[in-house]
Ligand binder design. Sequence first.
Ligand code: DGI
Ligand code: FE
Ligand code: FE
Ligand code: FE
Length: 189
Amino acid sequence: MNNEEIRKIVADVLPEQRYKHTLGVAETAIELGARFAPTLCEASLERASLVHDYKKPFGRVELTELLQQYEPNEDFSSYGGVLLHGPVAAYLLKEDFGIEDEEIFHAVYYHTTGRAKMSLFEKIIFLADFIEPGRHFPGVHEVRKLAEKDLDLAVLESLRSTIHHLSAKHVLIHPLTLSAYNDQVRTAK
Ligand code: DGI
Ligand code: FE
Ligand code: FE
Ligand code: FE
């Protein structure tokens, strides 16, 4: 499937606001790619962006069942339902869109938690998801400023801010989120 065909399917599946967010992520990922990783394929960044949230509207029970088919011992669900839509989408990319690219698989799988040793491609999707123009949550301004100059500092600040807000609510933090943060502390200068 080409990106235009993928876009049409995603437009049908997602509520209007989520679809707008998806287009914002695509636009932002292409901008970040041009700024920090001119060798990355723009069409691949667009593809990953278009599909990253396409399982977001599905319920927790359905997503948990789907993920268990691929990871029988998965422990995402025990950290909160919001963590499921990325991994499930990643596993269904081949079946639903004919996408077999490993770079896109990882970017979609880890787009909510991040992970240690994210590739440049993964960092760009992760950050674009945080700062696309439709985002208005606390802390987004600071991350947008950093993203004008320094990809790793911007990723670090987005993780710090997420962990700050989750911990203030006494919400469980997935180990992948914590190791993504630790890794960025080590690499970002
Ligand atoms: O799907 P989006 O809204 O575009 O964004 P996303 O997939 O990055 O999800 C953001 C939500 O995920 C936000 O409410 C914070 C939450 N989140 C991120 N890391 C963790 C987390 N929630 C828990 N419980 N644990 C985490 O480690
Ligand atoms: Fe998401
Ligand atoms: Fe995110
Ligand atoms: Fe998103």
